[in-house]
Design a protein around this ligand. Structure first.
Ligand SMILES: Cc1ncc(COP(=O)(O)O)c(C=O)c1O
Length: 396
């Protein structure tokens, strides 16, 4: 059997082996595990979207390859309408939008469309590892911008060295941010657009959680900034917005040259998904309101954060995303050690911050998508168990 390519050497090892082992052992001991590790919506896809899929699946026109280059035309048009309604920005569905097989696919292939040996991608630390891994596999280098609590988890653009800015082709940003739940401001996007224009860099704005927001908060976008479309491409996803992670549907929107380059690469790799999925996605974007799902996440957030605050763990309430990002409440433990102790003593699974990059050390991520929770009762139970374990109160 031949060895796989050298490129795989950059794929990081599995960092959560210790947590996974402790989880397996807890299950074997018969413990009722509360798994706050996975950020995969537990609530089913809304029925009108499923009905639209069934209807489209019965139409022979969806049984063939999608022959339009950028994607299923009704989906592209619906994406353009949704973007205009949600963010107040007009786009041309024929040039500014491209369908992707989930935003992960688009974000990773963009690196393959732009990065040559010696080119740089600027990526967030902590951050979604896809930007980094694909840049490295494509032969490029990464420069990590630290995202710190004291800066609202925004990168400090002035700290990016000139040489890096000169060699950079892509600047990946992600807001609302996984894992920190940080959010961006329009001023940040204004600065980022100027930075990218000054240094001839493509701003890649990952907005997988754009509408997963609470307390009426509305997140801005890079395309709302004057000149944003000259330098930016955004990735939107139906996964978290409509509980459609398994459907694999999203879109890229923004600079038409960047969209065309992504599409050019993709047309040599994939032929998009089953057109009935895109047809159902168009129905989702045009008709489905996700507010009842957001209310459930918000209730869970409140049960968890309020419960943990009561026992002295100062956990910030996120304005957006599916995650609570909290400082490890034990100065004697790393994030991995704390997560292992948490499973051991409480049966609760969290993700150690180090898994998202070195700047994530000292934090843990807890997800709001617990399967089996109806209205926050399992989150109240999680807070109760943590209280009883003494793990937090012992040293705070
Ligand atoms: C920050 C971020 N971007 C992109 C994605 C990919 O989402 P999808 O490929 O389902 O659209 C995820 C998924 O968890 C994510 O957390």
């Amino acid at each position: 059997m031949p060895a796989p390519c050298k490129r795989f050497d950059v794929v990081p090892p599995y960092l959560f082996a210790e947590v996974a082992r402790a989880k397996r052992e807890a299950i074997a001991r018969g413990i009722d595990v509360i798994d706050l590790g996975i950020g995969d919506p537990d609530i089913p896809t809304p029925q009108p979207i499923i009905d639209a899929l069934c209807k489209s699946a019965n139409e022979p026109k969806t049984h063939r390859y999608d022959e339009s280059a950028r994607g299923w035309v009704p989906f592209l048009e619906a994406a353009s309408e949704w973007y205009s309604k949600t963010f107040g920005v007009k786009t041309d569905p024929a040039f500014d939008i491209c369908q992707v097989i989930g935003s992960k696919e688009g974000l990773s292939h963009l690196a393959w469309a732009y990065i040559d040996q010696g080119d740089v991608s600027i990526v967030p630390n902590p951050g979604y590892t896809v930007y980094r891994v694909n840049t490295l596999m494509a032969g490029g280098e990464v420069y990590e911008t630290p995202l710190r609590e004291e800066n609202g988890y925004l990168p400090i653009l002035q700290d990016i060295p000139r040489d890096v800015a000169r060699r950079a082709k892509l600047f990946y940003v992600c807001y609302p941010h996984n894992p920190t739940a940080g959010v961006a401001t329009i001023e940040f996007y204004r600065d980022a657009v100027k930075f990218c224009r000054d240094h001839d860099i493509l701003l890649v704005n990952d907005m997988a959680y754009a509408t997963v927001t609470y307390d009426g908060f509305k997140h801005p976008t890079a395309l709302q900034v004057e000149g944003g479309k000259d330098v930016a491409i955004e990735f939107h996803s139906l996964s978290k917005m409509f509980n459609m992670t398994g459907w694999r549907l999203g879109f890229a929107i923004g600079n038409p040259d960047a969209v065309a380059n992504l599409q050019r690469l993709k047309s040599n790799i994939d032929s998009k998904q089953f057109p009935a999925i895109a047809e159902a996605g168009a129905v989702a974007l045009r008709t489905v309101d996700n507010s009842s799902t957001m209310e459930i996440y918000q209730k869970r957030r409140d049960y968890l954060c309020d419960g943990l605050r009561e026992i002295g763990w100062d956990v910030p309430k996120p304005k957006a995303t599916l995650f609570v990002w909290a400082k490890v409440p034990r100065p004697d433990m790393t994030s991995s050690e704390f997560c292992a102790a948490l499973i051991e003593k409480t049966g609760i699974v969290c993700v150690p911050g180090i898994g998202a990059g070195s700047e994530g050390e000292g934090y843990v991520r807890m997800s709001l998508t617990l399967l089996g929770d109806k209205a926050g009762e399992r989150y109240a139970e999680a807070a109760r168990r943590i209280k009883e374990s003494g793990l937090v109160t012992a040293l705070v």
